[in-house]
Write a protein that binds this ligand. Structure first.
Ligand code: AMP
Ligand code: MG
Length: 406
């Protein structure tokens, strides 16, 4: 058996980032991975500006509360004032540039407007309510590094330094197919028409959603029957035009499991028994294309929770690596277990849990790898080392699904 870390190390030493990049509008770039960092050629904010609606003044003019100043100018956001003369104040609004000579803003709630004058109700401190030029970004600084996956706030950051388009990695193209003669499709077969032995193909929906959530293009090839020739044919088709082929089911060592021999015949495959639960079997390899290049292949187990968890733990880092994003281990939070787990497995386990309002973790009672309810009810997993019993109150490592899919 391989540990998860050994499996990941092998995978990530094989997979290189895709060479192609593209220039996309910043509007269209959410979820993409930067192939070039973004640098600022200006200070943000570009000038000192007011963070309040109020009055800009010189602190030296206001030695005591109740001082009267002449309001000599009015500066809305987007407009530029005149240098502030001694003994005067400027009516100013949030975001407006602070006029030269002013060294503080007093918020309007602390002032009384009296025609052409204003009574300043406090003694201001130098610098108060002024946002300094460059306090967010200094000209020349890199604001987003290469390899960053673009969140909405990162898009805003790029826009704040004037970047209207960004250089990103090409989206990986991922072919997906499900194996299993028992599988039928929702919409094609109604629940009351299900033949004995049939089940709905749920992995197709879960895996496609995961692939798309990670910024990749999913080319869905549907269901492939449990036959060697059909499996080989599907692999050949999937290898054309795709960077990675992801499959579910048919990777165990049973007589009906044709994926490994099929990939072996069409390329090369390693079969890994990973020491994790759920999700032990994983096939990793490559499928030849007509032009001699190859597509990567990752065969996931068929059980719905196993394929979901192995996707998050193993396929996700591979998809990140193809896009040139650092595929570091997901960040675990130390949280309190509000449950007992007295009989741990020899393998490293990923237990479906949910955060409760008391800041602890509740365990889904049925941890079977076929029970998809656990992954819907849960909002993450406890990463439990092999052989480690858990008692109520222990601190455990929690990995959130939200973070794994961010
Ligand atoms: P396998 O890995 O092919 O031996 O399948 C293991 C278990 O997962 C079996 O109970 C299958 O019926 C089930 N399974 C396989 N593929 C799917 C799928 N696409 N959707 C839901 N369950 C599946
Ligand atoms: Mg099967």
């Amino acid at each position: 058996m391989l540990t998860l870390d050994e499996a990941l190390a092998r995978l990530l030493s094989a997979i290189r980032p895709l060479a192609e990049t593209e220039r996309v509008s910043t509007f269209e770039a959410r979820g993409r991975v930067l192939a070039e960092g973004v640098r600022s050629s200006l200070d943000v904010p570009p000038q000192d500006n007011s963070s309040m609606d109020g009055y800009a003044l010189r602190c030296a003019d206001v030695r005591e509360a109740g001082t009267l100043l002449t309001v000599a100018q009015r500066i809305p956001a987007g407009h530029v004032g005149q240098p502030l003369q001694a003994g005067t104040a400027a009516r100013i609004f949030t975001g407006a540039q602070v006029p030269p000579g002013a060294d503080a803003i007093v918020m309007q709630e602390q002032c009384e407007a009296l025609g052409d004058e204003v009574r300043i109700g406090i003694v201001p401190q130098p610098g108060q309510w002024i946002r300094r030029r460059g306090e967010d970004v200094v000209s020349g600084a890199e604001v987003l590094a290469r390899g960053t996956r673009l969140t909405p706030q990162a898009l805003g950051m790029a826009a704040s330094v004037g970047a209207a388009s960004l250089t990103v990695s090409r989206r990986p193209r991922v072919a997906l197919f499900s194996t299993g003669d028992e599988l039928v499709m929702p919409g094609e077969t109604a629940p009351e028409q299900m033949r004995p032995g049939a089940i709905y193909n749920s992995n197709r929906f879960t895996l496609r959603g995961l692939i798309e959530a990670l910024g990749c293009e999913c080319n869905d090839l549907g269901i492939v029957p449990d036959r060697l020739d059909a499996t080989r044919e599907a692999l050949r088709r999937a290898a054309q035009g795709n960077d990675l082929i992801v499959t579910s089911g048919g990777v165990s060592v049973g007589e009906e499991d044709h994926l490994r021999p099929a990939v072996q015949a069409e390329g090369r495959v390693d079969y890994w028994q990973m020491a994790i639960k759920p999700g032990k079997p994983l096939a990793f390899g490559e499928v030849r294309r007509a032009d001699g290049s190859h597509a990567w292949f990752m065969g996931l187990p068929g059980n719905p929770v196993s394929s979901f968890i192995t996707f998050l733990l193993v396929v996700r880092p591979a998809l990140m690596a193809l896009q040139g994003a650092p595929a570091g281990a997901p960040r675990a939070l130390k949280l309190r277990a509000d449950f007992d787990w007295p009989r741990p497995d020899k393998r490293r386990e990923f237990l479906r849990v949910r955060r409760n309002e008391a800041g602890g973790l509740d365990l889904y009672p049925n941890q079977s790898s076929g029970v998809l309810t656990s992954a819907v009810w849960g909002d993450g997993v406890v990463d439990n080392p092999s052989g480690q019993a858990i008692a109520k109150g222990d601190l455990v490592d929690f990995l959130s699904f939200a973070e794994l899919l961010a």
